[in-house]
Design a protein around this ligand. Sequence first.
Ligand code: ATP
Ligand code: MG
Length: 574
Amino acid sequence: MGQVHSEILPGRVQSSNMSDYTQAVANFKWEDVERNFSWYDTGKVNMAHEAVDRHVQEGRGAATALLYSDAVRDESYTFADLQERSNRFGNVLRKYGIGKGDRVFIFMPRQPELYFSLLGILKIGAIAGPLFEAFMETAVKDRLEDSGAVALVTTPELLHRVKRDELPNLRHIFLVGGTTDIEQGNLGFTEEMDNASSELELEWLDLDDGLIMHYTSGSTGKPKGVYHVQRAMIQHYYTGRVVLDLRPDDIYWCTADPGWVTGTSYGIFSPWLNGVTNVVRGGRFSPQDWYKTIERNKVSIWYSAPTAFRMLMGAGESSIQGIDLSSLRHVLSVGEPLNPEVVRWGDKFYNQRIHDTWWMTETGAQLICNYPGMDIKPGSMGRPLPGIEAAILDDRGNVLPPFSMGNLAIRTPWPSMMNSIWNNKAKYEEYFRIPGWYISGDSAYMDDDGYFWFQGRIDDVINSSGERIGPFEVESKLVEHPAVAEAGVIGKPDLVRGEIIKAFISLREGYTPTAALKEEIAAFVKAGLSAHAAPREIEFKDKLPKTRSGKIMRRVLKAWELHLPTGDLSTIED
Ligand code: ATP
Ligand code: MG
């Protein structure tokens, strides 16, 4: 496949040399990124055009866009195929009177039809709302209701979780793998697609017209509808080049489900804007299956999450034996703090440094990252993307000096910054309560090389005997102990110390939960970190409560501990 965009991008950090990064930052202009888009000249925007149609127009239609497989299907689609399928679905939606600005949700497992539908929705200027397939009735209803979705793409298997009687706005349901049933109000996806034209007149949009809505994963409270606009593509494209290091011949695998923002920003938009082959693997996680996916598809760039890396690590060395992972060129992580122990595992067994990236649903794209070629400090999230200014602020908005723990904040605006929180202006404004800054809700510090170090969610920071302790540091030390598979640390109210550190731990296979082991683990943290960071209480659990995107839910641990209601659990794993 030929060159996608030939210009050298500013903002690319070429080497571990610190001055290289400084220079990339100094020379950076967003306009130089914008020049790579067709709308830079025409002013007419559509994500699906830039990610799909444009490649066909420019002679790359025969290149492989999607490599899909699961236990039964094994399929490959070119950019021309994606264009054809998404055109058809766009026409189907128009036939039912759906158009610009309408919310169309998708509630189904990761299968090619999910990707065709999502692109079809974008082609007509509607707003896509992907939902994770594991959501139960109430979670689905809350999101469809809040967004006022007019149509839904789902499967016959999931249909019973859709309370259509209680959703007056929801006019049409398309069933992938189902047939039309007028009485029930269902439309067969394949039937509709077959009857639709493969030619479509694209809806041209403005940069501030809608793109996608994501309900966040709910680690800290009730999910909120984060609304993103077309402009985000600037950053999706740019970070694909300078952070993911996507090059035309890459085979890229992002393991996230499109129900979460990583699964769209980096599972759809970024790779296809950059014209690379995108691997999608359906079905459940298993170490063998994942390693085989890399080997079979010759994956060169792999973007996953700490929870997955920890599970792979937990499966041990034997799970990699006989598998050829030599196709890997670049490995990245997002979603939770990346424990140094995991980075060392990557060095040793994947022959790859795992590159941490920090961002959130609200930020739309990566903001603080480790760049290809740069010196990685295990445990650090890296440095701000050229074009992005990050700082640590106190609660009044003063910028703090290096090594002070405080609010991780980003200078507003940046291209992929959320446009709003759907139906919740007050919540949106909370993020911007300090003029000129976006307050992330995460706690971090910056070192004197300008690297940022995550400490925990602001609400999770523990105050013990006057010391502020980030749970992440303690958790990372805990997982270095050979018996510990995963750890979640909270502050437990204590009359004397304000709070004490309590650790919930799941053990690796082969270890028995004993009082002696508790003592040994506490002593291990004390020796390796500090006395005040050592957990005073340890409780063993078979499993820790996690969101379906794999994040440890500390608020649930805390609620258990304090015998309080656990709050919204719609995103918890069963
Ligand atoms: P909710 O906002 O509903 O509570 P959530 O914050 O888990 O859910 P996301 O937007 O998916 O939803 O996650 C963003 C958060 O994940 C960040 O604020 C941060 O706490 C954590 N996170 C993401 N990447 C990293 C990283 N590289 N290092 C540390 N933490 C990270
Ligand atoms: Mg959040």
